[in-house]
Design a protein around this ligand. Structure first.
Ligand code: 3HC
Length: 286
């Protein structure tokens, strides 16, 4: 398999910009594509802020941060991804939209290019089925905040070839992250364990058992979690949490995964957490 040096990232949201950043810091050239020019500008600004945090804490020098930024280019033109060795998509969590992206990539990329999805819960096997070369499709699931979190969960679709799984595992190590491989299943491993805990914390709020602050502080002080489940839901995005719970609920057809009524209401109200300025806490928007 050819060396994976040219990286494409589709989607310039929180995850896309974090993914682009970690590849660039590790020395890869990254082309970030998004339909929206303002989203690409925001992504560059958030990368700069994040890199400055790393400089401040001494894990990166100022010239290294500048060099990393210089390795990231951005475009709204999809077809410019045609020379990429691997393209990682981090776009909206909708199977139809992701499948369409894979079909479009099929049309422009080399036959040995790898297509990775950062999906948090969509079936990789169904996504791979959208490609004429399904063996090249794989899950590369990063965690928020991407520059800080060590794990990349690698999810093998039923069709993923051993060579592709190996190449992506090696690439993950090369960017300083720790790969762990899982078979394709609803929510994979981390979100299958994490989302029900957040959902249950929301049920505790719904039942009026304690305040969100106290629930979070109980899990921090009593279970040594770095942040409470409600603050984590706000960080991930409550819409994303709802999405994962619906995938688990429908996929396993098991009532233990039923989304909390309050979670549904929060999402319906547009209270999505940090990104919307309001969730279980308020977040001033700059
Ligand atoms: N870029 C660069 N560095 C960052 C950063 C960013 N975006 N965000 C935080 N950091 C660094 C800080 O500089 C700091 O470094 P230091 O400890 O070496 O000085 C360190 O991370 C800790 O940051 P803070 O001091 O600001 O804050 P905390 O100590 O409260 O840590 C946290 C913040 C890292 C987010 C920590 O609370 C944590 O680990 N929380 C859990 C996060 C988690 O579980 N994420 C997974 C979510 S699930 C997911 O993403 C999957 C999806 O599919 C839903």
């Amino acid at each position: 398999m050819t060396e994976l040096s040219k990286i494409g990232v589709i989607g310039a949201g929180t995850m896309g910009s974090g993914i682009a950043q970690v590849f660039a810091v590790a020395g890869h050239h990254v082309l970030m594509q998004d339909l929206s020019e303002p989203a690409l500008d925001r992504a560059r600004r958030s990368m700069e802020t994040s890199l400055q945090r790393l400089v401040k804490k001494g894990s990166l020098t100022e010239p290294q941060a500048a060099a990393a930024m210089a390795r990231v280019s951005s475009t709204t033109v999809f077809d410019l991804l045609d020379d990429r060795d691997i393209v990682i998509e981090a776009i909206i969590e909708r199977l139809d939209v992701k499948a369409e992206v894979i079909r479009k990539l099929d049309g422009i990329c080399r036959h040995d290019a790898i297509f990775a999805s950062n999906t948090s819960s969509i079936s990789l096997t169904e996504l791979a089925a959208a490609s004429a070369h399904p063996g090249r499709v794989i899950g590369m699931h990063f965690f928020n905040p991407v520059p800080v979190m060590q794990l990349v969960e690698i999810i093998r679709a039923l069709q993923t070839t051993d060579a592709v799984a190996e190449a992506v595992t090696d690439l993950t190590r090369a960017i300083g992250k720790t790969p762990r491989v899982s078979k394709d299943s609803y929510g994979f491993i981390v979100n299958r364990l994490l989302a029900p805990q957040i959902n249950e914390a929301i049920n505790c709020v719904y039942e009026g058992l304690a305040t969100p602050e106290d629930i979070d502080s109980m899990m921090k002080l009593g279970a040594n979690h770095p942040m409470g489940p409600l603050a984590l839901g706000d960080l991930i995005g409550l819409d994303v949490v709802l999405n994962i719970m619906e995938t688990l609920y429908q996929g396993f057809d098991d009532p233990k995964y039923r989304p909390s009524p309050l979670l549904k209401q929060m999402v319906a109200a547009g209270y999505l957490g940090r990104k919307s300025g309001k969730g279980f806490a308020d977040y001033p928007q700059h």
